[in-house]
Design a protein around this ligand. Structure first.
Ligand code: SF4
Length: 495
């Protein structure tokens, strides 16, 4: 089941990152699949980015536009609402996942339908919309190929753009054979055959389903226009064929003007799929009589975004356009896999966005471990098309995490050290006892393992035994001490 960001982490029962990553590291098939897929996308991205002389200027423009949006968000949202309403759309506001789910559920119930189509959408995954609808007796059919694989396989996404990136062709064939009604039992593992099987399956759904749900890549405040960019055309079917269209859009997805799309429709495809442009870019504004859905609702979702917006450092994460370039270059993501993050948003963007959307609710919140899921190599900063300083935000979040929820062993140790360092006698006595640690070193004077939580230190390195004397003990009997004492006496005599 998708992670439900609207609930506190400790109630979700999600594992901490280190524990889940450990399991991901032992999954050789997944690691192989991920390395192959991310390397391919990375190379494609590098090639198409290199074609543009003004790539860095485009990134700077994208960053500046998004910063402007965040600085004027209330004003732009009102402008967007007015524009959508003027064109026949209906705007709804949702504070959190539960509220958004209830709004969408009520809208579907009002149509009398119990089946809906879904365009691939991170916002709806974030609020676990499929699960909320299922609880209300409504089946949401995923139409994006990768999402379909996830849904049929009762799996969870592991990548923003390619949710089934951890699966290979043979696994997908098996999932189709097990879960897709009417599939050819002799289905091969050829990509064309797998795509054709999903096309045949989905075509009947497109023709009979009257309600669709989409996310939104960009909403235009000036015109009330909503857009979805994709590669397969399934999204285009969903936003044109049904009678009713419901779009769930994070409030940070706005752009001020239609013209701003020029920048983002260059940045996004090159950064995400390594393409010069998206094969399908669907744009719609309100309702057009006798053309496309005749009822259009848009749910504007907060779900922690205003909290992130109020944070002068963390708000930069709201510039994200979900391209997934940072995932594809991240050495930690490539090895641990997306499921290890236990979050809708995996990889570097998940490590900075999820803690901000959920907050550090409790000291044992597993998601509090996400800002530590990085080697801080900085490759994510270099590829991000909107110049999000991901590693700076990671460091800030780490600082806050240990300040707000100091780990118990470290906090106790620091309090003890504070006492020791505040009393010279205690300090000298404790420092003298350190020499006892020499017995752990044996004949070669090397400590290879220590007990308790300190064992983590020696699990990957040896430690030299402590010296026989402390510095103070050595100094007290040394020539330097005699010289210092004589100098002091001389100085006192002269005085
Ligand atoms: S943080 Fe940047 S690179 Fe990562 S998904 Fe968002 S826009 Fe793309």
């Amino acid at each position: 089941m998708s992670t439900f960001l609207g609930m506190p982490g400790h109630l979700r029962g999600v594992e901490s990152f280190p524990r889940a990553a450990h399991r991901g590291l032992t999954n050789a098939t997944q690691r192989h699949n991920l390395t192959h897929a991310t390397t391919t996308i990375r190379d494609k991205r590098a090639a198409v980015v290199a074609e543009l002389d003004d790539w860095q200027e485009l990134r700077a423009a994208g960053s500046a536009i998004k910063r402007d949006v965040l600085a004027r968000l209330p004003e732009l949202l009102e402008q967007f609402e007015a524009a959508v309403t003027a064109r026949g759309g209906i705007v709804h506001w949702a504070r959190d996942a539960a509220e958004a789910g209830a709004i969408v559920t009520d809208l579907i119930r009002a149509t009398g339908e119990t089946e809906v189509l879904k365009v691939k959408s991170m916002a709806t995954q974030e609020i676990a919309l499929n699960e909320q609808l299922a609880a209300a007796g409504i089946h949401a059919q995923e139409t994006d190929l990768a999402e379909l694989i996830i849904q049929l396989g009762h799996d969870t996404p592991s990548h923003i753009l390619v949710p089934a990136i951890h699966r290979n062709r043979a696994e997908i064939r098996d999932i189709f054979l097990a879960g897709m009604p009417g599939v050819d039992p002799d289905l091969s593992t050829e990509p064309a055959d797998l795509a054709e099987a999903s096309r045949v399956f989905l075509r009947t759904q497109f023709l009979r389903t009257r309600v669709a749900i989409s996310g939104c890549n960009f909403g235009i405040a000036e015109t009330g226009t909503v857009s979805v960019v994709e590669s397969e055309g399934n999204g285009r079917m969903c936003v044109t064929l049904p009678q009713t269209l419901i779009t769930v859009m994070g409030i940070e997805k706005l752009l001020p003007t239609y013209r701003d799309l020029e920048v983002f429709l260059q940045l996004l495809p090159r950064s995400s799929t390594g393409e010069r442009m998206n094969p399908y870019t669907s744009l719609w504004t309100g309702v057009t009589p006798d053309d496309g859905p005749q009822e259009f609702h848009i749910v504007l979702l907060d779900n922690g975004r205003t909290r992130a917006l109020a944070d002068s450092v963390g708000r930069e994460a709201l510039k994200c356009i979900r391209c997934s370039a940072c995932l594809n270059v991240c050495p930690v993501y490539e090895r641990a896999g997306g499921h290890a993050y236990g979050s809708t948003y995996p990889g570097p963007i998940g490590a900075i966005l999820t803690p901000q959307l959920t907050g550090f609710e409790s000291a044992d919140d597993p998601n509090g471990s996400l800002p530590f899921a990085s080697s801080l190599c900085g490759r994510c900063n270099e590829v991000c098309p909107v110049e999000i300083p991901i590693t700076d935000i990671l460091l800030e979040l780490r600082h806050r995490k240990v300040t707000e929820y100091p780990p118990v062993p470290e906090a106790t140790m620091m309090q003890t050290l504070t006492q020791l360092w505040s009393h010279p006698r205690l300090w000298n006595a404790a420092a003298g006892m350190v020499a006892l640690g020499r017995v752990l070193g044996g004949r070669d004077h090397t400590i290879t393992s220590v007990p308790g939580f300190l064992g983590g230190w020696t699990s990957v390195r040896d430690v030299a035994v402590p010296p026989k004397q402390t510095f103070r003990q050595w100094f007290a009997g040394s020539e330097a001490q005699h010289l210092l004492t004589a100098a002091r006496r001389g100085a006192e005599g002269e005085a």
